[in-house]
Design a protein around this ligand. Structure first.
Ligand code: ADP
Length: 506
C-alpha cells in the first residue's frame, strides 16, 4: 500500500488583510523565543528579487510543529509564476551563467555562498528548528555544517569539469567530449532536511553551470527563502537560482511538466517520484533524478559491542525524529542476546530528551506536521491492535506539539501491518523498531532486505565526496561525489576531421 498524501492540514488560504500587507513588504519578522528576531523574506525569489505571485493570492502558512502556531506566511507560486521563474533561469543560462562564466568564477561564488551560510549558521539553524522541529544544535552544527562542506566540495569541482580527448581510427581525425551544463534544472526537495537537501542539489548544479528553479517543501519553505537572500548577497547573477514555494501538485507538477526545464532533481516519496517521471516523459523527456524512500535494517549479533550496538540502533531510528530515508527501523537481534539487547536499547532511548528544538538539551523534536503525526500514530495503533508489544513509548502526550516519543515494538509477526507496509512507506515517519528473535528469521530477513526493502547506505553524517545511492528498488541517479556532476551535465561528442577522404559512392 502506498502512503496517502493529505494536504488538508496545510493552512493554505486566501490572503487575509494582514497576509496581503506582509506579501507587499515581502518580509516577515519572526521572533525566535529565547533567541533572535529574524527577518524572513516571504515572496517568490525570481531574478534576485522577492516578488508576490502574479496571479495567486494564496499563501502558505509555515507552522511551528512545537507550538502548532503559524510562524509566518509565504507566497505560493502558481503555474504562471513557475513559467516566469523558468524563463528567468533560461535567460540567465543563455547570458550570464551556463557557458558564459568560467569555472573559477563559479567556484568563487559558491565559496562565497558557503562563507555566508557559515556566518549565518545560527540564524539559519534557528529558522530550520522553528519550522521543522529539529534541534537547533543539530540543525546548526550538523545540517548547516555539512551543507557548507558540500558547497565547498563542489566549489572545488567547478573548474575541473572536463571531457576526454579520444584517439580515433586514423591520423586525419580525432574526437573529444565536452561535459556541458544540462541547462535549466527544476529541483524539488522535501521537509526532513530542508537545508541539507537544498545544498546537495544546488551545489553540483551551480558548479557545472546549470541554472535552478528550486521548489522547497510547502511544509518548510523558510530556510530556502533565507538562503536565497544569501545567494543574491554572494553575487550570483539574477535568474541563476530562483525559489518558488508552492504546493507539490501545483508548482512541483508544473515544473515537472514544463517544456523548457531540462532536468528535474527530486527527493521525496515514491508515489510523487512516479508522477514526476510520468510528467517528464509526457512533456519533453527531461532528464530525471529521483531520490526516494527507504528503510534499513540493523543486524545485531552476539559478538557485538552491545553498548555501541544499542547506541547505533537507537540513533538509527530516533535521529531526526525518525524522519529519514535511511532510518534503521528494523532491528534483527540474535536470540541469545535478544532480551538483554532490548533492555539496553530501551535504556538508551529513555536517555533521549524529546522536546523543544530550541532548547540546547533536546535530542529530538516533534515530527514535522499534523499529517505526519497522524500517520505515525496510525501505525503505532495498528501495531498495538495486531498484538505487537510496546516496550517503550507508544503513548500520546497531552498538550501542544506534534510529538511521537520513540516507540519500540517487540513480538512482531510478518503479517502485521507495521511490518508489511513498512517496505512501501516512503521516507519519513515511523519511530518504530521491530525486534525479533533472530536465528529463525535471520536468513529470511536478509532476503527481505535484498529483495523487498529499499536499501540505503546507513551512515552518520554524509561526506560530500561519497555517493548517495539508492540500491535495489528504484531511485534514479546518484547524489554527492563526482557522481552528482554527471546528473547535471550532458556529454557532447565532437568529431574533428582534418583530412580524412571518403570514397564515393559508398
Ligand atoms: P512526503 O509524502 O514525504 O511529504 P512528497 O513526495 O509528497 O513527500 O513531497 C516531497 C516534495 O515533493 C515536496 O516539495 C512536495 O511539494 C513535492 N510534491 C508533492 N507532490 C508533487 C507532485 N505531484 N509533483 C511534483 N512535486 C510534488
Amino acid at each position: 500500500m502506498m502512503p496517502f498524501i493529505n494536504y488538508s492540514h496545510l493552512r493554505l488560504r486566501l490572503a487575509s488583510t494582514l497576509a496581503s500587507r506582509l506579501a507587499m513588504t515581502q518580509l516577515a519578522t519572526v521572533r525566535v523565543p529565547g533567541h533572535s528576531e529574524i527577518k524572513v523574506p516571504t515572496g517568490l525569489f525570481i531574478n534576485n528579487e522577492f516578488v508576490p505571485s502574479v496571479d495567486s493570492k494564496e499563501m502558505i502558512d509555515a507552522v511551528n510543529p512545537f507550538t502548532e502556531e503559524v510562524i509566518c506566511s509565504v507566497s505560493s507560486a502558481s503555474e504562471k509564476d513557475i513559467d516566469i521563474a523558468v524563463a528567468a533561469a533560461r535567460k540567465a543560462f543563455n547570458t550570464t551563467w551556463g557557458k558564459n562564466v568560467t569555472g573559477w568564477e563559479r567556484s568563487r561564488l559558491i565559496n562565497k555562498l558557503a562563507d555566508l551560510i557559515e556566518t549565518h549558521a545560527q540564524e539559519l539553524g534557528e529558522l530550520e528548528s522553528l519550522n521543522n522541529g529539529k534541534p537547533l544544535r543539530i540543525a546548526r552544527d550538523f545540517d548547516i555544517g555539512d551543507s557548507v562542506q558540500c558547497l565547498r566540495y563542489y566549489a572545488g569541482w567547478a573548474d575541473k569539469i572536463a571531457g576526454q580527448t579520444l584517439e580515433v581510427d586514423n591520423k586525419t581525425k580525432f574526437a573529444f567530449t565536452k561535459h556541458e551544463p544540462i541547462g535549466v534544472c527544476g529541483q524539488i526537495i522535501p521537509w526532513n532536511y530542508p537545508i541539507n537537501m537544498w545544498s546537495w542539489k544546488v551545489a553540483p548544479a551551480l558548479a557545472v553551470g546549470c541554472t535552478i528553479v528550486m521548489k522547497p517543501s510547502e511544509l518548510t519553505p523558510l530556510t530556502a527563502l533565507k538562503l536565497s537572500e544569501l545567494v543574491k548577497e554572494a553575487g550570483f547573477p539574477p535568474g541563476v537560482l530562483n525559489t518558488v514555494p508552492s504546493l507539490g501538485p501545483v508548482g512541483g507538477a508544473a515544473l515537472s511538466a514544463h517544456p523548457d526545464v531540462d532536468k528535474i532533481a527530486f527527493t521525496g516519496s515514491t508515489i510523487t517520484g512516479r508522477k514526476i517521471m510520468e510528467a517528464a516523459a509526457k512533456s519533453n523527456l527531461k532528464k530525471v533524478s529521483l531520490e526516494l524512500g527507504g528503510k534499513s535494517p540493523h543486524l545485531i549479533f552476539e559478538s557485538c559491542d552491545m553498548d555501541q550496538a544499542a547506541i547505533w540502533a537507537a540513533a538509527g531510528i530516533t535521529y531526526n525524529s525518525g524522519q529519514d530515508c535511511t532510518a534503521g527501523s528494523r532491528v534483527y537481534v540474535q536470540d541469545s542476546i535478544h532480551d538483554k539487547f532490548v533492555e539496553l536499547l530501551v535504556s538508551k532511548v529513555k536517555e533521549l530528551v524529546v522536546g523543544n528544538g530550541l532548547d540546547d538539551k533536546t535530542s529530538a523534536g516533534p515530527v514535522v506536521s499534523k499529517t505526519q503525526y497522524d500517520r505515525v500514530w496510525s501505525y503505532i495503533e495498528s501495531g498495538k491492535q495486531e498484538g505487537a508489544k510496546v516496550v517503550v513509548g507508544g503513548t500520546k502526550r497531552t498538550g501542544k506539539g506534534f510529538f511521537v516519543d520513540p516507540t519500540i515494538f517487540t513480538d512482531i509477526r510478518p503479517d502485521m501491518k507495521i511490518v508489511k507496509e513498512e517496505a512501501s512507506l516512503c521516507m519519513l515517519e515511523t519511530r518504530i523498531l521491530f525486534l525479533r528473535d533472530s536465528r529463525r528469521y535471520l536468513a529470511p530477513s536478509f532476503q527481505l532486505a535484498g529483495s523487498k526493502l529499499r536499501r540505503k547506505p546507513y551512515c552518520w553524517r554524509m561526506q560530500p565526496a561519497t555517493a548517495w545511492a539508492p540500491v535495489s528498488i528504484p531511485g534514479i541517479g546518484r547524489e554527492l561525489g563526482s557522481y552528482a556532476l554527471e546528473e547535471y551535465t550532458s556529454v557532447k561528442a565532437v568529431h574533428w576531421n582534418f583530412g580524412e577522404k571518403l570514397d564515393w559512392p559508398l
